[in-house]
Design a protein around this ligand. Structure first.
Ligand SMILES: *[C@@H]1O[C@H](CO)[C@@H](O)[C@H](O)[C@H]1NC(C)=O
Ligand SMILES: *[C@@H]1O[C@H](CO)[C@@H](O)[C@H](O)[C@H]1NC(C)=O
Ligand SMILES: *[C@@H]1O[C@H](CO)[C@@H](O)[C@H](O)[C@H]1NC(C)=O
Ligand SMILES: *[C@@H]1O[C@H](CO)[C@@H](O)[C@H](O)[C@H]1NC(C)=O
Length: 348
């Protein structure tokens, strides 16, 4: 259990340490400026005060007077317009968050990796790049211009971060920064600027590649570069979509055709029944008319013949058909004389 907690601690340490090590003294409480230092694993500034205050000169925690991030840490329930202000161009907010200060000139001190604390060079548009801020760079806590040209002497600032593998073991992650101009890098042993390498060339660190991505000692494509699928992928995906549409339409067509046929059979049966029903009613009404017009004492079989003709028995329900219309209605007679149309006899 203890081991598991230790492993968990190592895994989350990089995220938790800045919060845990930052002091929890809130506004107005005492603090000691000599405790302010950089965390050795994360290079984060640590003070006695909490996230929204800084340790002022009178050794109490005072509210921060500026912020360096648009969305600063530690201001969860504060409305956006109540946050400490961002600093205007030409000024910077130090890591403590005390108040805005004017940018430093070349050679003056700056805080860890805070290139934006340094004044931009006059030709900052030319020198600006993704590894510096407006052409200035903070190396070893000193402001430089990133202006050193090919083959000239350069300065290096290697920072070792503690990184952790998924299994929890530590390893050193080194970020190497230098003041070479864009497209160049400062070689660690020669301390001179070299041309950065194209994709596929051998490398020993990210900074040696123009793409800033050295994978397995080879310059790989930039981490932010989007993947460009070849043309055939678009063709295959397009054909797949068309095929899916066609298959759906065809299967719907077959389903619909079957349903339509079934419905047609149902409709035909319905119409046949309706016609048969109508004919039965017509027959009944005709029979009534003809029977009523017969003389009063007409015998039954004569009356039937007048309606159905001589073989009237085939128009009668099966249990009323008799071979001989004069046979009497009795159980014995039924046994003998009552016939099914196809000669099979049925007992009632
Ligand atoms: C300490 O200094 C800060 C900022 O200068 C100020 O806001 C605060 O009132 C001071 N505290 C005392 C107790 O003087
Ligand atoms: C960089 O230069 C641009 C354009 O002049 C400016 O708006 C921006 O504030 C500068 N950044 C810093 C950190 O000075
Ligand atoms: C960093 O600067 C300090 C003093 O400012 C100096 O003693 C140290 O040698 C420098 N380190 C490197 C790697 O340049
Ligand atoms: C780079 O800037 C520094 C500081 O302004 C200057 O001394 C140096 O000559 C410049 N180097 C080049 C190659 O322009």
């Amino acid at each position: 259990m203890k081991g598991r907690i230790a492993a968990l601690w190592i895994a989350v340490a990089p995220f938790v340490l800045p919060v845990v090590l930052a002091g929890d003294a809130s506004f107005g409480q005492a603090c000691d400026q000599s405790h302010t230092h950089l965390d050795t694993n994360t290079w984060n500034l640590v003070t006695d005060c909490d996230a929204t205050t800084w340790c002022a000169d009178n050794s109490t925690c005072a509210n921060k007077g500026c912020r360096k991030d648009i969305y600063p840490f530690g201001y969860n329930n504060v409305p956006f317009d109540k946050l400490p202000p961002l600093c205007p161009t030409g000024q910077f907010c130090p890591d403590e968050g005390s108040y805005c200060l004017p940018q430093e000139a070349v050679g003056d001190p700056c805080q860890k990796d805070r290139d934006d604390e340094c004044q931009p060079p006059p030709n900052y548009k030319q020198l600006a790049g993704f590894l510096n801020v407006n052409g200035s760079i903070c190396l070893n806590f000193t402001c430089f211009y990133a202006n050193v040209t090919l083959g000239q002497n350069c300065k290096i600032d290697n920072t070792v971060y503690t990184a952790y593998t998924a299994a929890g073991s530590e390893y050193a992650f080194i970020v190497s920064r230098d003041n070479c101009a864009n497209g160049l890098y400062c070689d660690g042993t020669a301390l001179k600027c070299f041309r950065a390498k194209l994709e596929g060339a051998a490398c020993a660190g990210n900074k040696e590649c123009l793409t800033y991505n050295c994978q397995n000692n080879k310059c790989d494509r930039a981490a932010y570069e989007p993947i460009h699928p070849p043309a055939w992928v678009f063709v295959v995906v397009g054909l797949g979509i068309v095929a899916l549409i066609v298959v759906t339409m065809v299967s719907l067509w077959f389903t619909h055709r079957r349903t339509r046929r079934e419905n047609q059979v149902k409709l035909e049966q319905y119409y046949n029944e309706q016609i048969a029903y109508r004919q039965s009613i017509m027959t009944m009404s005709n029979a009534k008319k003809s029977l009523m017009s017969l003389p009063a004492d007409t015998p039954a079989d004569v009356a039937r013949r007048s309606v159905f003709g001589d073989d009237y028995s085939s128009f009668m329900p099966p249990n009323m058909r008799r071979e001989d219309s004069t046979a009497a209605w009795s159980s014995a007679a039924s046994d003998v004389h009552l016939l099914e149309p196809n000669t099979t006899r049925r007992r009632i």
